[in-house]
Design a protein around this ligand. Structure first.
Ligand code: SAM
Length: 381
């Protein structure tokens, strides 16, 4: 093999040259995921500081080992790091990358991901799940393995399933009905979080979402895991449905799996479309994200400008309602041209509504105003 050498953060990583980024590469490395890894450095460091103790980390799908190696090399207060991958060649490069970064207390394992989690119950403070495509088949083992007060990081690259391009893959993998609306990336993240919550609840564990983002072709969740059957029962009250009207763009959310959901739109009488079950609790934690932003001052990260924009956006949308309005879709329905976004925000605020931008869409508005309030504002420009 010809060897490629790259640098992310403070870490040097080597892997065999490949033709294109795909699961067929001898050892997987995707440069487009650098910001995802940089954000993980900030999230894990913030988590470590909050816990105020040494943390043990499991990089479950190592590939080149870049996550595990970076975590050990760039985060303070890390104890043991375990890098796992089913591929022998990946293991060889993981060992090599540990060596060229002169690291100790970091080991390499060759197991199926679920087997590895099941045989190491309760020893990890952080489990990072970064598979090809869907994390769904591994979440049961993560639920079994995860200890109380731990961090579970989950990447999904099967966004077309979560966003509902086709319904069946989402129902199959996440047991949830998606809907391809203007805000389908948010619905997708909520389906993923909901599936994590439901899966973990089997093991009397529950989640708090610390940070979530949908970027390019992947989604990423940082979940704080807590233990207890009462807490889990309580937390599952955040599972519910989003109901959407294709005709007038009205939407509503209903928490609770057993709560009846309306069949028709209260505004125009059309049949509502339902997405879910999904997570209707918070998907951004402002305290945690603020700490991450502060932490970025202490770290060398190549994607810092880009990730700070994203984190600031996630921070701003914390505590805002589920779903957002897409100005272009509403204007299209009203057969008018779209006014400047800032003017709409001003007008919403004048009328006493809260309104914030969202990282999910550059033309999205998260607000407590209803669809008719927004239409009225748009028609009066
Ligand atoms: N975390 C890496 C990074 O940031 O560059 C990328 C990991 S790559 C998306 C997925 C890896 O999972 C591949 O290296 C593959 O060999 C490994 N893999 C696939 N199926 C697995 C399984 N069932 N158990 C463990 N590893 C598996």
């Amino acid at each position: 093999y010809k060897i490629i050498t790259i640098e992310e953060g403070l870490t040097k990583i080597e892997f065999p040259e490949y033709e294109k980024v795909s699961s067929d590469a001898p050892v997987f490395y995707n440069p487009q995921m650098e910001m995802n890894r940089d954000i993980s450095i900030l999230a894990l460091q913030t988590f470590q500081k909050e816990q105020n103790r040494e943390i043990n980390i499991c990089d479950l799908f190592g590939g080149s080992g870049i996550r595990g190696v970076r975590y050990k090399n760039e985060i303070n207060g890390v104890g043991d790091v375990y890098i796992n991958d089913i591929s022998e060649l990946a293991n060889e490069f993981e060992e090599h990358n540990i060596k060229i970064n002169h690291l100790k207390d970091i080991s390499v394992h060759q197991h199926d991901a679920s087997m590895f989690l099941r045989s190491n119950r309760g020893i990890f403070d952080v489990i990072d799940i970064d598979p090809f495509g869907t994390p769904s088949p591994f979440l049961d083992s993560a639920g079994y393995c995860a200890r109380r007060e731990s961090l579970l990081c989950v990447t999904a690259t099967d966004t077309s399933a979560l966003c509902g391009t086709y319904k069946e893959p989402c129902i199959r993998k996440y047991n949830s009905k998606p809907y391809k609306s203007e805000y389908c990336h948010e619905t997708g993240i909520r389906i993923l979080a909901g599936f994590c919550a439901l899966t973990l609840s089997k093991y009397a564990k529950c989640i708090e979402v610390l940070l979530s983002h949908s970027t390019e072709h992947y989604m990423r969740l940082y979940l704080y895991v807590k233990k207890g059957s009462k807490k889990s029962d309580e937390s599952l009250k955040n599972i519910g449905y989003i109901s959407h009207c294709k005709e007038c763009l009205y939407r509503e959310t209903n928490k609770g799996l057993a709560t009846p959901i309306p069949e028709t739109c209260p505004e125009c009488g059309e049949k509502l479309i339902h997405a879910g079950p999904l997570w209707l609790g918070d998907i951004q934690n402002s305290e945690f994200i603020s700490k991450m932003i502060k932490e970025s001052e202490n770290k060398k990260l190549n994607t810092k400008n880009q990730l700070l924009k994203l984190l600031t956006s996630c921070l701003n949308e914390a505590e805002s309602p589920a779903t957002f309005y897409d100005v272009h879709s509403i204007c299209k329905a009203l057969k008018i041209s779209a006014p400047k976004l800032d003017l709409i925000f001003d007008e919403l605020e004048n009328k006493g509504f809260k309104a914030v931008k969202t990282h999910f869409s550059p033309i999205g508005i998260k607000t407590d105003a209803g669809i008719n309030d927004i239409k009225e504002i748009l028609l009066n420009f």
